[in-house]
Design a protein around this ligand. Structure first.
Ligand code: YYY
Ligand code: MG
Length: 137
């Protein structure tokens, strides 16, 4: 069944000029970009988006990083796009993400911290619908 996922291109991806490359990979896989915008996150949006991580040691640095520059938000649609985009993105840490993935090919934080891993992708139908509501209304 066709489904939707929320994709965020994080400030490192936008600043490094990788927006087109990341969107190209999504479309090349056959997913449809249903919504797309460049925006600057608000603290309120990030508190909602990353609520599951509140209290973890990486939470505040992650939020500060996400506020540091413009991001691109997109809704991608297609058969199995929720796990499919996470597969395109690769593992969370760019230093161990597999070659062929967005984080593995393009991620450059070299283990110091994993927050600069270029993209976010929803991890379930419930989180996708919740997250799409945060960034698109
Ligand atoms: O879903 P995914 O982005 O792959 O990872 P999550 O475990 O949901 O963490 C969200 C976000 O937090 C991750 O993309 C980078 C950052 N982060 C971090 O900075 N340090 C960690 N040890 C774990 C996650
Ligand atoms: Mg996650």
């Amino acid at each position: 069944m066709s489904e939707r996922t929320l994709v965020l291109i994080k400030p490192d991806g936008v600043a490094r000029g990788l927006t087109g490359e990341i969107l190209r990979r999504i479309e090349a896989k056959g997913y449809v970009i249903a919504e797309l915008k460049k925006t600057t996150a608000t603290a309120e949006q990030l508190a909602a988006h990353y609520a599951e991580h509140e209290g973890k040691p990486f939470y505040q640095p992650l939020v500060d990083f996400m506020l540091s520059g413009p991001i691109v938000a997109a809704v991608a649609e297609g058969e199995g796009v929720i796990p499919g985009f996470r597969s395109l993105a690769g593992q969370t840490d760019p230093t161990t993400a597999a070659p062929g993935t967005i984080r593995g090919d393009l991620g450059r934080d070299w283990g110091e911290k994993v927050q600069k891993n270029l993209v976010h992708g929803s991890d379930s139908i419930e989180s996708a619908e919740r997250e799409i509501g945060i960034w698109f209304n």
